[in-house]
Design a protein around this ligand. Structure first.
Ligand SMILES: [Zn+2]
Length: 338
């Protein structure tokens, strides 16, 4: 009777020991696994960090490579492609290119003069009205090098490139210099029909004549007014409409031309906008335009519209619409002399 409780106690004790042992065994085992998992995690984190560092290095390497490539393309592009023309200072946007042109080549060759001058025989559909109009189709072909500098006005130490390449039609793909020439040639024909004599500063895209030389050329050949034909460009595609540029009354070079230039600008711009329906952005004053500052006769730059705007670009490159544009400009010149 005395051994029974002893046996039960022993069994209970033994069972207790087993439980405690198991607890220790499994607890320790779990602990080991946790430690191992932690170690794995640490290793993995280290690998991830290493990978991240590699990715960062690669990213930096490729970013640098891309930047180098872009700036190389930009340098290359600036010699061939147009720089966006902006409303302020469009004429003289900065482009640097090596020079190939000597001004005397254009100014001294009589055969060039004959090609840019309308002779009296050409004005067959109207008697001469005695007025001589200077027309400058802005810019010239991309491949003509006009990067040499010239003073922005008589006696000025401020220099700008002899000419720039202008903007380009975002939708039409037509370069501004081509549109300017097309309009100017049509304008010459219409003005001649109305009895004017016309002096064009260029009749092709390859003539390398600077902004200063253009102004001098027009005046030297008797132009009473100097009308510069341009089109605009903007970073946004929403900017649209036409504007005219004139020298201000405080222009350091041609303040004496400000009043008549403003009147000329208004006559042409208002008439142009009336027939084309283009938004009239008004006359704006610029005193940093080489081609204005070297003029000796009333001068205007007509920015016919924005080649970066779908409506303007499409309209301006439509042949029939161009006739309307030209008639508007010619009406404005009539109004100026009327
Ligand atoms: Zn232009």
């Amino acid at each position: 009777m005395q051994r029974k409780p002893g046996l039960i106690s022993f069994l209970l004790f033994f069972t207790g020991l087993l439980c405690i042992g198991s607890l220790f065994f499994f607890g320790y085992h779990t602990y080991q696994r946790i430690v191992a998992a932690e170690k794995d995690l640490t290793d993995t984190m280290a690998q991830v960090e290493k990978k991240q560092q590699e990715i960062k290095e690669n990213e930096e390497f490729y970013t640098t490579a891309v930047q180098e490539k872009e700036s190389a393309l930009e340098r290359q592009g600036s010699q061939k492609k147009p720089v966006q023309e902006r409303a302020p200072g469009s004429e003289d946007a900065d482009i640097n290119k090596p020079s190939v042109f000597q001004s005397e080549e254009v100014l001294d060759h009589p055969e060039d003069n004959s090609s840019v001058f309308s002779s009296d025989e050409d004005t067959d559909s109207g008697a001469s009205n005695g007025h001589i109009i200077g027309i400058d189709p802005g810019h010239q072909s991309y491949h003509v090098d006009m990067s040499d500098l010239e003073p922005i006005g008589p006696g000025s130490s401020e220099m700008k490139a002899r000419a720039t390449t202008g903007t380009e039609g975002t939708y039409s793909g037509v370069p501004e210099y081509q549109l300017n020439l097309d309009i100017s040639l049509k304008l010459r024909d219409v003005l001649e029909q109305r009895g004017y004599q016309v002096v064009l500063t260029r009749t092709d895209n390859d003539t390398a004549i600077s902004n200063k030389e253009r102004a001098e050329y027009a005046a030297a050949n008797g132009a009473e007014i100097y009308v510069r034909i341009h089109a605009n460009g903007d970073d946004s595609h929403t900017a649209s409409g036409a504007l005219a540029m004139a020298p201000s009354s405080s222009n350091p070079y041609v303040s004496q031309l400000s009043e008549e230039s403003t009147r000329l600008s208004r006559c042409i711009l208002d008439s142009y906008c009336e027939v084309t329906g283009f938004q009239n952005l008004g006359v704006q004053y610029y005193d940093n335009m080489t081609g204005i500052n070297w003029s000796t006769v009333p001068v205007t730059i007509l920015e016919m519209g924005f080649m970066t705007n779908q409506h303007d670009d499409t309209q301006m490159n439509d042949a029939a619409f161009q006739d309307t544009m030209v008639s508007g400009i010619a009406d404005g010149i009539d109004a100026y002399f009327g």
